[in-house]
Write a protein that binds this ligand. Structure first.
Ligand SMILES: Nc1ncnc2c1ncn2[C@@H]1O[C@H](COP(=O)(O)OP(=O)(O)OP(=O)(O)O)[C@@H](O)[C@H]1O
Ligand SMILES: [Mg+2]
Length: 208
């Protein structure tokens, strides 16, 4: 995506990987990865199975500590300020983490409640997100009855509840049919247009 040079230079990167290394015993899974993601953009990490994409995302999201190097997310260092990093990011993993026995709306209420969003604000935001992800009609059905694509969309909706400026997505379209895939990318493009930015294996980040 093209961004005016002024815009890029004026803003710190939303995400910055600085010589990230991860070793598991003798095996080097990530061997000195550096990149920067400007605000309001999407970065895709591409590579074959086992290339180290998930490991890189895990280091950037404070789920695993780098062997060396570091990363900054929304300006916060993953080693020095992991709590701040978590406060400024959303993550959807390779496997959807929503509760199958609850409805879509109940999942939103539960997670939003954990974030401390007030009841009335949460109802409004929940309705907005359900609409945005085309889940309004299914909102009061248990997630167990959702298709894979609907679960993914709910997962993404839930990860946006706290309005994180940076969103990490690990293979958000895996297991989706071509139509659900293109719908999901449509939603992500919409988020970026709204001002979110992203690094994908997949991540999005948005202007705070
Ligand atoms: N906890 C772990 N312990 C030991 N080795 C690991 C661990 N996690 C990942 N690895 C190894 O690190 C390498 C990178 O794995 P990673 O999951 O990051 O790859 P990936 O690029 O996400 O692959 P995929 O496309 O299959 O999701 C692999 O060789 C994997 O076996
Ligand atoms: Mg992976």
């Amino acid at each position: 995506m093209s961004v005016g040079a002024d815009t890029v230079e004026a803003m710190d990167p939303a995400i910055e990987a600085i010589d990230l290394v991860k070793r598991f015993g003798d095996h080097t899974a990530v061997d000195g990865v550096s990149f920067a993601v400007p605000p309001g953009s999407v970065l895709g990490l591409l590579g074959p199975n086992g290339a180290g994409k998930t490991t890189t995302v895990r280091m950037m999201t404070t789920l695993t500590e780098p062997t060396s190097g570091t990363a900054r997310v929304a300006g916060y260092d993953v080693r020095a300020e992991p709590d701040q990093v978590r406060r400024h990011m959303g993550l959807t993993g390779q496997v959807a983490t929503v509760d199958e026995l609850l409805t879509g709306r109940e999942n939103i209420r539960m997670i939003g409640g954990l974030y401390g969003i007030r009841r009335r604000a949460l109802e409004k935001l929940g309705d907005q997100l359900l609409q945005q992800f085309s889940l309004t009609e299914a909102a009061d059905r248990v997630v167990k009855s959702y298709s894979g694509g609907m679960r993914r969309r709910l997962d993404l909706a839930v990860s946006l509840l706290a309005s994180p400026p940076v969103l990490f997505l690990d293979e958000p379209t895996t297991g989706l049919d071509p139509r659900s895939r293109s719908e999901l990318w449509e939603v992500l493009r919409g988020l970026v247009a709204e001002g979110h930015h992203a690094a994908a294996d997949h991540a999005v980040s948005r202007r705070g």
